[in-house]
Design a protein around this ligand. Structure first.
Ligand SMILES: [Zn+2]
Length: 291
């Protein structure tokens, strides 16, 4: 049952999906509402986003569970619905995309800092454990730890994954700090990340969110020098700008798509988009990758 990510990308780059959060916002999710709540209260909207990505050419989609850990959910009064929200997300995605598209489970950081003592490693294990267990039991094909900034928090999530499922794990960080945008906001670069986390057995490393596709090329190159396994790269649709109170992403579909082949040449095996990317962005990438 467990899939082999190396095998999956052996014959060329695998197109994943684009953003979920900004797509749900665009469909009217009220500001301040947990995105995961729509897995129960507006599953049709979540299903529409998945189906649109599958139709655009995504071969992998990610569940609407980025902040589905009980620590993040607690700020919306939803911690006691962790299992329910995560299971529903896998079911919605699986039904929406059919059997040709793989459903990977998105797991993001807790939103609390180990550094300041806001959470302990034990708190994190107890938060990520039940989320990952629910995602695995509902039938996700892999776990994607994404948008992480602190390698220590990702380490706790990796340990929770090992203890609570048998699925392959992708670890993806958001790089948006340092002179070359090659560090996370916690100051970690690809070298430190791979050194610290590779011994825990993730099958892929990567970068998502943070920067636009232009800067993702050098991130892919940096990882490639130190990591021989699958590489996962999902940049934002450009750098967000605040225009008249609205967040606007600068890279349209064709501009975004034109910047994907250099990312693949730099060694990326899984490509897609993060915040601000849409099914149109993914469709444009699918067309460019066909050539
Ligand atoms: Zn993002």
């Amino acid at each position: 049952m467990a899939i082999d990510l190396s095998e999956l990308c052996a014959s060329g780059p695998v197109l994943t999906d684009g953003a979920m959060g900004t797509q749900l916002d665009a469909r009217g999710l009220p500001a301040g509402t947990a995105h995961e709540l729509w897995n129960l209260e507006n599953p049709q909207a979540v299903a529409q986003v998945h189906a649109a990505y599958a139709q655009a050419g995504s071969r992998v989609v990610l569940t609407n569970t980025l902040q589905g850990n009980p620590i993040s959910l607690a700020s919306h009064g939803l911690a006691n619905r962790t299992a329910e929200l995560n299971k529903a997300a896998v079911e919605i995605a699986s039904e929406a995309v059919g059997s040709d598209v793989l459903v990977f489970a998105s797991v993001g950081p807790s939103g609390k800092l180990l550094l300041t003592g806001d959470v302990s490693e034990d708190d994190l294990l107890k938060a990520f454990g039940p989320q990952i267990q629910a995602l695995g039991e509902a039938g996700a094909a892999a776990i994607v730890l994404e948008t992480f900034a602190d390698p220590d928090e990702a380490e706790a999530a990796l340990k929770a994954a090992k203890d609570n499922c048998d699925l392959p794990v992708v670890v993806s960080f958001s790089f948006a700090a340092g002179a070359d945008n090659d560090r996370t906001i916690m100051g970690a670069d690809a070298g430190r990340i791979v050194d610290q986390l590779a011994p825990l057995g993730p099958v892929a490393f990567g970068a998502n969110c943070g920067v636009g596709p232009d800067l993702a090329v050098s991130l892919a190159q940096r990882y490639r020098k130190i990591w021989a396994g699958p590489l996962w790269i999902k940049p934002n649709a450009g750098v967000p700008k605040l225009i008249e109170g609205e967040t606007v992403f600068s890279a349209g579909p064709s501009e975004f798509a034109q910047q994907i082949p250099p990312i693949v040449e730099a060694g990326a095996d899984f490509v897609g988009g993060c915040c601000g990317s849409t099914p149109e962005h993914i469709r444009a990438v699918a067309e460019i990758l066909k050539k």
